[in-house]
Design a protein around this ligand. Structure first.
Ligand code: VGL
Length: 193
């Protein structure tokens, strides 16, 4: 088994103080950094560590129009706008940044919840990149459990990876959708640890 760690959207706008801050986001960032640093320093669990990032220029109705209220399910406040502080990875993740092997950005002109929609600067997609490294299993953590973590996990399973979701290292937008997401991820065959 060759396992990778996938850090999903641990960005300022998804953490406390961000444009659509999720409770617990900053703590996820802190714990994720610890996990990455511990892995690099100790007994290696991960063959690779990758991060995904929401990366919007004009994602259409994914951003609620200024005259509309976001519904926080299909339309959202303006977030992760390219070139803003909100799109940066959270500061608590900084110690881990030099240990991240690749970043996959997604959603320039569309909603893109799954990290598997992301690309490196060279245009390589996540599944291709992971397979090229011989990775067959994934630990997934990040934000938000009920949206981008969920979509990344479901795509990961669909792509044939054995996926484990790290439940101490995720944070959800809302309790109801988070509970539903856990059920869907389990149903798809993802493990929870
Ligand atoms: C996300 C809502 C809107 C996420 C992204 O990263 O989970 N959620 N855009």
């Amino acid at each position: 088994m060759s396992r990778a760690l996938v850090l999903v959207d641990i960005q300022n706008d998804f953490c406390e103080g961000g444009s659509m801050g999720v409770d617990g986001g900053a703590e996820v960032a802190r714990r994720a950094a610890e996990l990455v640093q511990g892995d690099a320093a100790g007994e290696r669990r991960y063959a690779a560590v990758v991060a995904t990032a929401d990366w919007h220029i004009d994602p259409g109705s994914h951003w609620a129009a200024p005259s509309d209220e976001p519904d926080f399910a299909t339309s959202w406040p303006v977030h992760c706008k390219v070139g803003t502080l909100g799109s940066d990875f959270h500061g608590n993740l900084s110690p881990a940044m030099p240990l991240i092997d690749a970043i996959f950005r997604k959603g320039e002109y569309e909603a893109a919840y799954s990290g598997f929609e992301g690309r490196t600067e060279d245009g390589e997609g996540l599944a291709t990149w992971l397979r090229a490294k011989g990775v067959d299993s994934l630990d997934v953590c990040g934000i938000a459990t009920d949206y981008c973590v969920r979509a990344t996990v479901l795509d990961g399973v669909r792509e044939g990876f054995a996926v484990t979701v790290l439940d101490e290292l995720v944070a959800g937008v809302a309790p109801g959708s988070t509970e539903t997401a856990w059920a869907e991820m389990a149903e798809a065959g993802a493990q929870r640890a």
